[in-house]
Design a protein around this ligand. Sequence first.
Ligand SMILES: Nc1ncnc2c1ncn2[C@@H]1O[C@H](COP(=O)(O)OP(=O)(O)OP(=O)(O)O)[C@@H](O)[C@H]1O
Length: 252
Amino acid sequence: MRMAFIEMKQVSKSFGSVQALNRLDLDIEQGSICALLGHNGAGKTTTLRLILGLLSPDSGEVAVSGLNPETDGDEVRRLCGVLSEDTGLYEPLSVYDNLSYFARLYGMKRRDYDARIDTLLARFNILDKKNLAVKGFSTGMKKKVALVRALLHRPRLLLLDEPTNGLDPVSIERLRSMLKELAEENGATIVLTTHNLSEVERIADQIAILRQGRNIFTNTLDTLRRETGGGSFDLERLYMKIEGQADEDGRD
Ligand SMILES: Nc1ncnc2c1ncn2[C@@H]1O[C@H](COP(=O)(O)OP(=O)(O)OP(=O)(O)O)[C@@H](O)[C@H]1O
């Protein structure tokens, strides 16, 4: 049996009177790609921020590769590549200066990061922008730079908040193959949030549907495909059914 790389047990987190997570249980295997799904406000981003140690749980336990993100935050963050909603780029600096700054923080040597930066920029079709200031880039272009930054050091854990949102179809396809490569060849564990269910079907190994801060459904896509006879599997239908069922249960 493969080890869980991320373990969350009975995790609760409130912001004032808003309960963002309510006794959330979630296990994510090493080397798998897990998509966190759920309505707006379901708790997906809060989950990512707890995994990263940027927030502390009110109760419950979070473990990342056996580390506690609350007390071993620096160590956990060193394992991670992160794409957050706010890309966190230094806009007056060039693409290269942004990326090389982070590469050095990750402890990469110049000859390694120079080659890697060129390869990744080329794969996202923005190599010609390498020496331009990020300021003035479109939202999608900034996202590509932030994705390159997240992928740069071939992290063991990638946390991606809505990675495909705002990207053109070719870049989505490239991103998909890079994520698969990182998971399959480097054993990276990838957790992403998205509202794009057809994307999830193409990329994820596992889904977890969050609702009002709880994990109401989790399974691997292989199991779901097997159970529904392969060809007829439709994630959107399944998602609607689970959310609809939860609506009905909530009315009781
Ligand atoms: N820093 C914060 N301060 C106050 N409330 C917060 C904070 N962060 C999250 N929340 C609240 O916690 C709940 C969960 O938010 P979260 O961002 O985790 O949801 P989400 O599933 O990522 O939503 P979306 O799909 O819209 O991105 C929401 O009600 C949100 O308003």
